[in-house]
Unconditional design. Structure first.
Length: 439
């Protein structure tokens, strides 16, 4: 998603330290690939847990709430930790946190405990928040300032490829053994045995994730002194609230980060249920899960062409155009049936591609030395990924129709479209910083 602290002091290059720094940069690109998939594999867990625990739409979306609430609680503390430990040691801490949290999936799977899974997801989110706090400034620091944008773009590409491939492959691993059960006629013992059987694949997958995270932590520890010459910026908490309450641009940027992340996650999380609806495509869990990868793949393609689009048009106009297109696709999906309904919603992923960095740059324009504080505010707004999906599920439950729930992301995109128009009419006098990498 994003890091609340952007930039570092001094690029590392040349000599032996520079050689180590280049190795760290390559490792960082690999981490983007992995963490993108780890973050978005939650979409498959929502689809997995719903029949496994006989959950309502709202209850199933507690998966995303457990994960994304960590951004609101851990972003600023993680920035403070980074200013004390430095970049590499913060990486190691984050990897150890993710590995430890991944191991919590094993007892949760053995006990078939939905609460246990939610607790593990929260700690996964906390660890990834720590990693993302350090990742963006490290990419900026490792090389000349004038090429930092290209490095950030390259890292985003790794992130998107990781999401697409890991979600597609994860559909087979996590959903391949899915089978229905008649919960009304099954005994408590039969239900528990069914849940333990279904949860086994989750425990195994996250056990291997823990092994990978520990291996990466060991690699980064070997290069723990590579960035000792680059100082992390201090996380300044004082004055952050005053900036938020007194700056309309930051306020609107935070609102749009909230709605954007919320809408994107809400659609991705509920896409399996939507594609499985008989009025849409009537797909099984594994088939629908693989199509979720195309939703994220659309975002990957959109980022590849987005640089050219932003060179031709003002960012605010691009943001409004993409948000309006997303609303149109949602309306088409809601009004149609079959493959048309399914693919229209999947294509919203392409519209999402440029929203995060564009909103972020527009929301922090002209802040100068207060950019890190503005970044922290906008990153905290990522908590929209916890709340909007739950509202989506609640709407589907109350109305008894998942199509009606599409109104929730449509309203979110309408807010984003209006911000784009506002940004065009209210240009900033100064330039902001590059937005964060994860998204």
């Amino acid at each position: 998603m994003a890091a609340p602290i952007t930039g570092g002091q001094g690029a590392v290059g040349g000599s032996a330290g520079g050689s180590q720094a280049r190795t760290v940069l390559l490792l960082a690109f690999a981490v983007f690939f992995i963490l993108g998939g780890v973050t978005n594999i939650n979409d498959l867990l929502v689809g997995k847990f719903k029949p496994m625990f006989q959950l309502s739409h709202a209850e199933a979306n507690l998966v995303q709430m457990a994960f994304f609430i960590a951004y609101a609680l851990c972003s600023i503390p993680a920035g403070i930790v980074m200013s004390k430990l430095g970049y590499i040691r913060t990486f190691v801490l984050g990897f150890l946190m993710v590995a430890s949290a991944a191991l919590l999936f094993i007892p949760a799977s053995n006990a078939a405990s939905f609460g246990g899974f939610l607790a593990a997801l929260f700690f996964i989110g906390a660890g990834i928040t720590v990693l993302q706090v350090a990742m963006n400034p490290v990419i900026t620091t490792l090389g000349p300032v004038e090429t930092s944008h290209s490095r950030l773009t390259f890292a985003q590409a790794f992130n998107s490829i990781g999401v697409t491939l890991m979600v597609y492959g994860g559909a087979s691993v996590l959903l391949g053994n899915a089978k229905p059960i008649d919960a009304a006629s099954a005994t408590a013992e039969q239900l528990q045995a069914y849940r333990v059987e279904q949860g086994a694949s989750i425990g195994h997958a996250y056990m291997w994730l823990a092994v990978v995270m520990l291996g990466i932590a060991a690699l980064f520890w070997l290069f723990r002194s590579a960035l000792d010459g680059a100082k992390a910026q201090e996380a300044k908490v004082a004055g952050t609230w005053a900036l938020f309450t007194g700056n309309r641009r930051v306020q609107l940027g935070a609102l749009c980060i909230f709605t954007y992340v919320g809408a994107e996650v809400a659609i991705g999380s509920n896409l399996i249920a939507y594609l499985g609806d008989r009025g849409v495509m009537g797909l099984g869990l594994e088939q629908a899960g693989k199509l979720v990868a195309f939703y994220w793949g659309g975002a990957m393609i959109g980022r590849l062409v987005g640089g050219f689009v932003l060179r031709l048009f003002r960012p605010g106009r691009v943001l409004t155009a993409y948000a309006t297109a997303a609303i149109g696709l949602i309306a088409l999906s809601a009004a149609s049936t079959g493959a048309m309904a399914g693919w229209a919603l999947i294509l919203v992923g392409f519209c999402n591609s440029l929203m995060f960095p564009t909103i972020f740059s527009l929301g922090t324009e002209g802040l100068g030395t207060r950019t890190p504080q503005g970044s922290g505010i906008l990153c905290t707004a990522i908590v929209g990924g916890a709340l909007v999906p739950y509202l989506f599920g609640l709407t589907a439950d109350v109305t008894g129709n998942i199509r009606m729930a599409l109104l929730v992301p449509a309203v979110c995109y309408a807010i984003i479209a209006m911000f784009g128009l506002w940004a065009v009419r209210n240009p900033s006098k100064g330039a902001g910083s590059a937005g964060p990498v994860f998204e």
